[in-house]
Design a protein around this ligand. Sequence first.
Ligand SMILES: Cc1ncc(COP(=O)(O)O)c(C=O)c1O
Length: 372
Amino acid sequence: MFSPDFVTGIERLIRSELVNFVGYTASKAPETLKGKTEVPVEGIIKLDANENPYGCSPKVNQALATYPSLNIYPDSGQTELRNLLAGYAGVGAERIVASGGSNQLIDLLIRLFVGPGDEVINLVPTFDVYRFSTQIHGGTVVEVLRDKNFAVNVKAVKAAIGKKTKIIFLANPNSPTGNITPQKDILEILDTRLPVLVDEAYYEFSGKTVMPLVSQYENLMVLRTFSKWAGLAGLRIGYGIFPPRIADYLLTIKIPYNVNVAALVAVRESLKDVDFLLDRVKVILAERERLFTELKKLKWLKPFPSRTNFIFCSVLNGKASELQQKLQDKGILVRYFDQPLLKDAIRISVGKPEHTDALIKALQEIGEERNV
Ligand SMILES: Cc1ncc(COP(=O)(O)O)c(C=O)c1O
């Protein structure tokens, strides 16, 4: 892009390693597409960020509507929040740290462990924020390739470990591919004794967790979020489970008041309504199976089995970027990938049944236009 030699003005004083930095590609906000789709903004079907199509618990909306103290800072030490989250996760509060979305904790963990020249092992293709935050902090990403079904190659992980390795990131289930890593592989990675972050952003959909292992492995850290199962992506609330000493360090280096009071209220109310929210998770899981069956009927897409609230598909005929654009024109947003490791693939979040119907109809029309 730019060479530091051509950068002038105050720009020449920014950290030179960030001059060509590749940012994270975030999902599109529907309002930015005004006038660019065949449907009005209100009609856009958003299947690009694995949000919960049913929204949050109604208890959250009710409590926020009458919350009296927005003028007062939250408790920076997160006392009530940590206790609430500890109760839900089934661990002691001394292990919990909360953040404005689990993304923020990924960044914080990297700040804690990774300095310039340190290495982070990333099991690619995977969630791009691990790369993003590592590079921002001057660390080096060591990529270990997953196999053709996106399974982790544990032998290759061990071979990639060097003197500068500081942390291993494992999204489980993985994003954007949706598959799970078996516990025996995770145990083998934990036996390296390096810090391991198991990112369980989709835990409530997968039902698989390493949480029972946290007291046995002092190098195990687990990441969770309220964005997906609890429908709170817009409010930004995530948390992690850490060895107590690491939790203390994270609380010390985080910015003050990193979780807002609305998020605390939302957690309090969501946790009063867990059964209701988990019933909705079941509805989403049933819809995922229907979506998978429907996608399979389209011979030009190859959907992969998923343990999450999204389905990853290879596009067997044509370019994923064109498919994404055609769907967007029709008012349906999906995520596409066109990188060396993820050539021509799309990721579709599971929506409501009517969203599946609209998506499949649009895909059939696009397929007919393409004569496939
Ligand atoms: C694997 C994974 N981890 C973490 C996140 C971040 O979630 P949030 O910052 O909304 O808690 C996501 C979001 O898509 C994800 O897919």
